[in-house]
Design a protein around this ligand. Sequence first.
Ligand SMILES: *[C@@H]1O[C@H](CO)[C@@H](O)[C@H](O)[C@H]1NC(C)=O
Ligand SMILES: *[C@@H]1O[C@H](CO)[C@@H](O)[C@H](O)[C@H]1NC(C)=O
Ligand SMILES: *[C@@H]1O[C@H](CO)[C@@H](O)[C@H](O)[C@H]1NC(C)=O
Ligand SMILES: CC(=O)N[C@H]1CO[C@H](CO)[C@@H](O)[C@@H]1O
Length: 483
Amino acid sequence: MAEADVALIGLAVMGQNLVLNMNDHGFVVCVYNRTVSKVDEFLQNEAKGTNVIGAHSLKEMVAKLKEPRRVILLVKAGQAVDDFITKLVPLLEKGDIIIDGGNSEYRDTNRRCTELKAKGLLFVGSGVSGGEEGARYGPSLMPGGEKDAWPHIKNIFQSIAATVETGESCCDWVGGEGSGHFVKMVHNGIEYGDMQLIAEAYHLMNDVLVMDHDQMAKVFEEWNKTELDSFLIEITAHILAYKDSDGTPLVPKILDSAGQKGTGKWTAIAALEYGMPVTLIGESVFARCLSALKTERGHASRLLRGPETVSFGEDKQKFLEDIRKALYASKIISYAQGFMLLRQAAKDFNWSLNYGGIALMWRGGCIIRSVFLGKIKEAFDRNPNLDNLLLDNFFKQAIQGCQVSWRRVITSAIQFGIPVPCFSTALAFYDGYRHATLPANLIQAQRDYFGAHTYELLSNPGVFVHTNWTGHGGTISSSSYNA
Ligand SMILES: *[C@@H]1O[C@H](CO)[C@@H](O)[C@H](O)[C@H]1NC(C)=O
Ligand SMILES: *[C@@H]1O[C@H](CO)[C@@H](O)[C@H](O)[C@H]1NC(C)=O
Ligand SMILES: *[C@@H]1O[C@H](CO)[C@@H](O)[C@H](O)[C@H]1NC(C)=O
Ligand SMILES: CC(=O)N[C@H]1CO[C@H](CO)[C@@H](O)[C@@H]1O
């Protein structure tokens, strides 16, 4: 009776593809769906001729599982996950494993880990990335939660995940509690940033260099052979070259109002919450918000003037290389910021995160997959305790090699009145991060002036003092107020 290696609940496309992927790798999967007719349909169609088996109730499903029982949930994030957990708990035994492969919020995963641990069950929250295609032929998997579950799911997870050229799997244990879902969230935020950086490069090519779409497609194809070699650069080359049925490029006909499902926003909120300057992802979310004000922008465009139009008189080829380097440098900043956020969350939640492993998990299978992530993995291999990617020699030199171009691109963009929020916030971050002294001394003085918030002196850190700025009171020590 107990014949299945693993069960999967939720037969939407992602679920079906993950099941077929597991089947391809020799695992016997038992499937269940709340609308049970879906189970039979799946077995008679997509799963025909495979070893996949079905169940018409959760009880039947659980009875068909080998021990420890492994149940993957691929249902809508939120209440549906809790509902299934509630129904599964009485059917499972101590040491059984529930894996949530949906897009759950990491706090929910934290909570579920704790609740199920109290019941003797091992809960895993796994980020799954790569869309339907990835789920079928090799996703990026980011499992975190109860580590005792890992030895029992490692083989399945690493077998079905994407692999890189070296044969390594794009799946490793991330860390405790909701860290798998947290890492998936940051992945999505970084994806927003990467996309906006490419869009800014496109804007400059289009408006400053006045290139046509075929020329731009060629440029991205060339860039794909450089440090920028990545899925997003590659599909951008295809997208720009794509012709509508009338033979003209499709992209300029698409309404310039970007949608979002909120995962970039979550990352930005987490950045604010944990006090990390993840400025590039933040700007990329705001850039989408600004784009969505399409009607308002149309109105403003008739009223607000930019700089006098100038034509680009310089070497176009050189400027293109400048844009490429600006994109590369900005991308390094974005990933450095993303890892700063991971590090801070790890501190706050007491997760011990596998940073090199995270870079490897993103190296293949997912939307941000790139050669570049291999370099990040190498940096963490060199020094697992690396404080910041920017301090690694490889990245330090890479930025150095881009710096002049990066500044030139932003200067030109400003002169031409082209918004490059992510290129410029990345540079502002770089310039801020490399300054031992920033003007926050003045901010501290202002806070103390109007609110007696107190400040520390460089010569005596740790001691908070207040100055009677308007009178002659001088400095007095304060221990009662240090907001
Ligand atoms: C981008 O580079 C990869 C190899 O790294 C290659 O497989 C792919 O075909 C390239 N895409 C384009 C559009 O040139
Ligand atoms: C953090 O983790 C360490 C070791 O894993 C443990 O000793 C410590 O008690 C934990 N602290 C908190 C606040 O959970
Ligand atoms: C600040 O100085 C003014 C002017 O000398 C004085 O009137 C006031 O009492 C002082 N306030 C404090 C809190 O020392
Ligand atoms: C909870 C559950 O299993 N729901 C899925 C059943 O299958 C359909 C697809 O036909 C999905 O949309 C549901 O999410």
